[in-house]
Design a protein around this ligand. Structure first.
Ligand code: IMP
Length: 192
């Protein structure tokens, strides 16, 4: 669809941080890294952390050459605003058991690290054979708790970003690139 047909939504974007082409090229490279590590026999489960990682998972999985399964987990750590509520909750749990399985957590962004830390501790209790983490975006300057990340798409500066699955107040997930909204858009929204 021509973005010009949705002028109001795209008018809210101040700047593009990572373009569609850059996202595509980096995901192909990340998939190559993963193709070098996993084989069909490993049969890993890619766990997509909803909602933000749905687009990343969908594109990543198409470039993987080993057999794998996908599963979904919905985690809530943010409300309507741009600052973490500090409370992490599981809204939807996995459909499958990961006991004895190789797991790849697929995240949209690691910011303070609290969400991923919670997820990793939760998975450790499920007795997986291994756990690795793939995140499209990483904001290392914001880290409050150390978390291991194995595959990183892009390290980005300390700015609240949206698009390519990431939301602001549940909107803008369909924007095909990673962008920063104009300050007035955040000011109009409700902080939690
Ligand atoms: P953390 O617990 O602070 O690391 O935050 C992780 C979660 O917060 C991510 O999975 C996102 O859902 C959300 N988040 C963090 N930073 C951003 C951002 O810049 N834009 C949109 N969502 C974000």
């Amino acid at each position: 669809m021509d973005p010009q047909t949705l002028p109001s939504m795209f008018d809210d974007v101040e700047r593009v941080l990572v373009s569609e082409q850059e996202i595509h090229d980096r995901i192909v490279a990340l998939a190559e890294e993963m193709n070098a590590i996993y084989s069909d026999e490993d049969l890993p489960i890619l766990v997509c952390i909803l909602k933000g990682a749905f687009m990343f998972l969908a594109d990543l999985t198409r470039h993987l050459q080993f057999r794998h399964e996908v599963d979904f987990m919905e985690i809530s750590s943010y409300g309507a605003g741009t600052t973490s509520s500090g409370v992490v909750r599981i809204l939807l749990d996995l459909a499958s058991s990961v006991d004895g399985r190789h797991v790849v957590i697929v995240e949209d962004i690691v910011d303070t690290g609290h969400t991923l830390d919670y997820i990793l501790r939760n998975f450790a209790a499920r007795n997986p054979a291994s756990v690795r983490v793939a995140t499209l975006l990483n904001k290392p300057s914001r880290r409050e708790i150390e978390v291991p990340v194995d595959f990183v798409g892009f390290e980005i500066p300390n700015a609240f970003v949206m698009g390519y699955g990431l939301d602001y107040a549940e909107q803008y997930r369909n924007v095909p690139y990673i962008g920063v909204l104009k300050p007035e858009v955040y000011q109009e929204g409700t902080e939690d």
